[in-house]
Design a protein around this ligand. Structure first.
Ligand code: B12
Length: 135
């Protein structure tokens, strides 16, 4: 079968580089901001790998969920834990926009130019607070 889509705009071979920021908010509410450049169309997972490869002060680890894909497990050595009711929440802020939680995991999400990708460590004493709409 012919790969008709390959001649179209998204497959023109042009690689647009876009700057993004990754902002880490840890368990002491300290904020660390990193800048990186990614290729348009990369996932957030790709962006975090690029940052990790180019900046030795940023590290992350992940697990693979068979149904939903890539789950962010730890950032800079601090791990979320279901047992302790903690996790790393993924948030985004587009230029001039509000901060909103991502509706998909980092393996699906594609960052845009000048977007802030926020990784926020969430601690909760109540199980129900872990649900997305309460955050
Ligand atoms: C509970 C829950 C969570 C809990 C899970 C831990 C816990 N306390 O149980 C917490 C709060 C940690 C969580 C986090 C997130 N979640 Co959630 N979560 C759910 C929810 C409401 C129920 C899952 C469940 O318990 N199923 C029952 C158990 C028996 O099945 P299970 O397969 O073992 O469940 C596991 C997976 O669902 C996994 N999980 C939960 N969320 C996510 C998200 C991703 C991307 C991955 C890979 C795995 C994963 O954790 C569960 C326990 O191990 C579902 C919606 C739904 N109705 O299914 C959303 C859902 C799975 N989550 C979703 C999302 C987007 C997220 C976040 C990315 C939100 C964010 N902006 O930060 C984060 C993950 C961030 C990260 N670190 O990578 C989406 C996934 C959509 C997609 N295609 O990617 C769903 C479908 C909600 C939605 N938007 O409709 N979540």
């Amino acid at each position: 079968m012919a790969l008709t889509g390959l001649g179209e705009r998204d497959h023109s071979g042009e690689l647009n580089m876009i700057p993004v920021k990754v902002i880490v908010i840890n368990d002491r509410s300290e904020k660390i901001s990193y800048s990186t450049t990614v290729t348009e169309g990369w996932t957030m997972f790709g962006a975090l790998n690029e940052l990790q490869d180019s900046n030795s002060s940023f590290k992350f680890s992940y697990t693979i969920d068979k149904h939903y894909g890539i789950f962010l497990e730890s950032v800079n050595g601090l791990s979320g834990s279901i047992k302790d009711n903690t996790y790393w929440q993924l948030l985004s802020q587009k230029p001039g926009g509000d901060i909103t939680p991502l509706e998909v995991g980092m393996g699906c999400y594609q960052p845009q130019r000048d977007e802030n990708l926020i990784l926020k460590f969430i601690t909760s004493t109540q199980k129900r607070d872990l649900f997305h709409h309460d955050l």
